[in-house]
Design a binder for this molecule. Structure first.
Ligand code: 8YV
Length: 326
């Protein structure tokens, strides 16, 4: 780190309070109009910055990072997912990477439940009917959805967010099942009354609802593949608040179109922000524009984490949310 105030480049517009706090401590370059940096702008930023504050909308590829300037020592990501950063390239360049875990857990879990309720109870479809002036009034067989209570929810990825989803789902009367790289501790498992499935395939075949809560890594890329989608029951609903790339989106769209699965509640997509338009045609799909952490509270707390990570690093300490490449 330089002797003088480090240059911190923000690739996106962050909440005003976060930018004000960062500006008090560092030499900060803001992105006032919040445009998404082009590849060229990212190259330039990686060349000039001492610290880069990135977001999910920046592809920090091996090419960009291996050509980064020697001053770039820290990427303080604003967000918990770091699949857009080539961690090996960062490590080879001796660039430290941090993220913002913990502060968006509850909001993301709320979003998973909102999508599950909305999809199972056909909320978007019902609202659309009303807005289109298509509603003819109450009918005994109108807009029938699926009850949550008494059903099986399979959570894929039982980390912070998966557990927060489980806690909420319990209150809705769902039975909690999960698949994870390893079984979680007994006390937590018992408190969630959760059943561990070592085999994802076997779990998927028994579930009414599936919530994806694992990070996107090379191991989880298209984890929900065409083959695994076929294991699901015809009435199964998939909820994804993790990353679009965890599902083979093409295969999922085909399964939804063919009625091989009942529905999907999606906050994330494979090629954001370019959404596969076929999703718009599907009434059994509820879609949201990557809003899991979009609360004023979470976004302020994420900024606070970014600040703490930069400050501790600049002061010569190990930042609390350092990400270690596998
Ligand atoms: C963030 C997210 O808003 O934290 C994450 O990984 O997916 C979102 O909730 C986004 O990543 C900001 O960079």
């Amino acid at each position: 780190m330089p002797e003088n105030t480090p240059l911190v480049i923000l690739t996106r517009k962050l909440p005003d309070s976060v930018e004000a706090q960062l500006s008090r401590l560092f030499d900060v370059r803001l992105n006032q109009d919040d445009h998404v940096f082009s590849r060229e702008e990212l190259v330039l930023a990686a060349n000039e910055a001492d610290v880069l504050v990135s977001t999910v909308s920046d592809q920090l590829t091996s090419e960009i990072l291996s050509n980064a300037g020697n001053d770039l020592k820290l990427i303080a990501n604003y967000g918990v997912g770091i699949d857009h950063i080539d961690l090996n390239a960062a490590r080879n360049k001796l660039i430290t990477v941090t993220n913002t875990p913990g502060v968006l857990t509850d909001d993301t879990a709320d979003m998973a439940m909102a999508l599950l309720l909305a999809t199972a109870r056909r909320l978007s479809e019902g609202e659309q009917n009303l807005r289109n002036d298509d509603w003819k009034g109450w009918a005994p067989t109108g807009m029938l959805g699926t009850r949550l209570g008494g059903k099986n929810l399979g959570i894929v990825g039982m980390g912070r967010i998966g557990r927060a989803v489980a806690k909420r789902a319990m209150a809705f009367g769902l039975s909690i099942h999960y698949h994870n790289r390893s079984q979680i501790d007994q006390i937590t498992e018992n408190s969630l009354n959760a059943t561990y499935w070592q085999s994802l395939d076997q779990m998927l075949a028994q579930m009414d609802f599936v919530s994806l809560n694992c990070p996107h890594t090379p191991q989880t890329h298209h984890l929900i593949s065409a083959r695994r989608l076929k294991l699901l029951k015809n009435h199964a609903i998939i909820i994804n608040t993790a990353r679009g790339d965890v599902i083979d989106e093409q295969a999922m769209i085909s399964a939804l179109q063919a009625g091989e699965i009942k529905g999907a509640g999606l906050d994330v997509f494979e090629n954001e922000p370019n959404i596969d338009k076929r999703l718009f045609e599907l009434t059994n799909v509820v879609i949201a524009p990557h809003m899991g952490s979009a609360t004023t509270e979470a976004r302020a707390a994420m900024g606070e984490k970014v600040l703490i990570n930069i400050k501790t690093f600049v002061d010569g300490h190990s930042p609390p949310d350092r990400v270690i490449a596998d």
